[in-house]
Design a protein around this ligand. Structure first.
Ligand SMILES: [Zn+2]
Length: 288
């Protein structure tokens, strides 16, 4: 099945009280691991690409070519969206041109008026082309491609203003953080999430920084309208851990253990296991 936008899968998720995972990709192994797991579990999935990962993978056109090729060659039949994560205005336009099916415009660092103006322009472009658009209100803590935020809570009234522009899904800060959570993290603000949901109605809400949020908080967030959860760091940690174990066990020195197809296999399997665990937690299995 060709790429789809994220609208239908997220509308269904919101109505069915589960969440679709966005898993960020970094290379071929990452992409293949996520797509195969989604297919095996009959789950919809969103492939996330940050602007940094886009540069790393030789640009958006390379990524579109790789993903489209895999959808065909691996016979992927579950719904797959290819989504720009935390895009700039120019980055969003570049991904739209390159063939992404979904983009995020992160205007959270602008004043709300400018965020609204730029988001509105992209709503028009995405609607014309049948693409989904994610917008953000209130910066999310931790590091987003080098920009460090403090983990603030979004203003529910501002969330409503952005939601009313006609976007597909809304990311709003509710005390969540990118990367690893610090020991003294205060947890998610469910009061804020509830207030945002009350104001934005059917709008699917997005939870960024999914790595390390306890399972019970994830479930509660889903019950309060979160329909898309972003996972990035957790796959990176699982990949690094499995690769380190392989090398520390000296397996790269045995026989043809240095073959990249062998060397990267444990990390590949670790990503698959992480994606599976998240899809189980999010409730997206058999929802394709
Ligand atoms: Zn994020």
């Amino acid at each position: 099945m060709p790429l789809v936008n994220a609208k239908e899968m997220l509308t269904k998720a919101k109505a069915g009280q589960y969440a679709v995972g966005q898993f960020n990709i970094n290379n071929l192994e990452w992409t293949k691991a996520i797509l195969l797991t989604a297919q095996e579990l009959n789950s919809p999935v969103i492939l996330g690409v940050s602007e940094g990962a886009g540069k790393y993978m030789c640009g958006y056109k390379t990524i579109v070519g790789m993903v489209n090729g895999m959808l065909e060659e691996l016979n992927i039949t579950v719904p797959v969206a290819l989504h720009l994560d935390h895009g700039s205005y120019d980055g969003a336009k570049a991904c739209i041109e390159a063939g992404f099916s979904s983009v995020m415009f992160d205007g959270s660092h602008y004043a709300i008026e400018e965020n609204i103006e730029k988001t509105k322009e992209l709503v028009g472009i995405c609607n014309d082309l049948g693409l989904s658009l994610e917008a953000e209100v209130g910066s999310i803590g931790g590091e987003e491609d080098g920009v460090v935020g403090a983990g603030e809570c979004a203003d529910p009234d501002e969330c409503k203003m952005i939601a009313d522009l006609g976007i597909t899904m809304l990311a709003a800060g509710i005390g969540n953080i990118h990367g690893k959570y610090p020991e003294n993290w205060a947890g998610l603000s469910f009061d804020t999430l509830d207030a945002i949901q009350q104001k934005t109605g059917d709008m699917p809400l997005v939870l960024h920084g999914g790595t390390g949020i306890p399972a019970d908080m994830i479930k509660k967030a889903i019950s309060l309208g979160v329909s898309k959860i972003n996972v990035n760091t957790e796959c990176q940690l699982a990949f690094a851990d499995a690769t380190r174990k392989y090398v520390e066990a000296g397996k790269d020195l045995e026989g043809k253990g240095f073959d990249p197809r062998k060397l990267l296999a444990p990390g590949f399997e670790a990503i698959k296991a992480t994606v599976k665990e998240k899809m189980e937690l999010f409730g997206s299995i058999d929802k394709a």
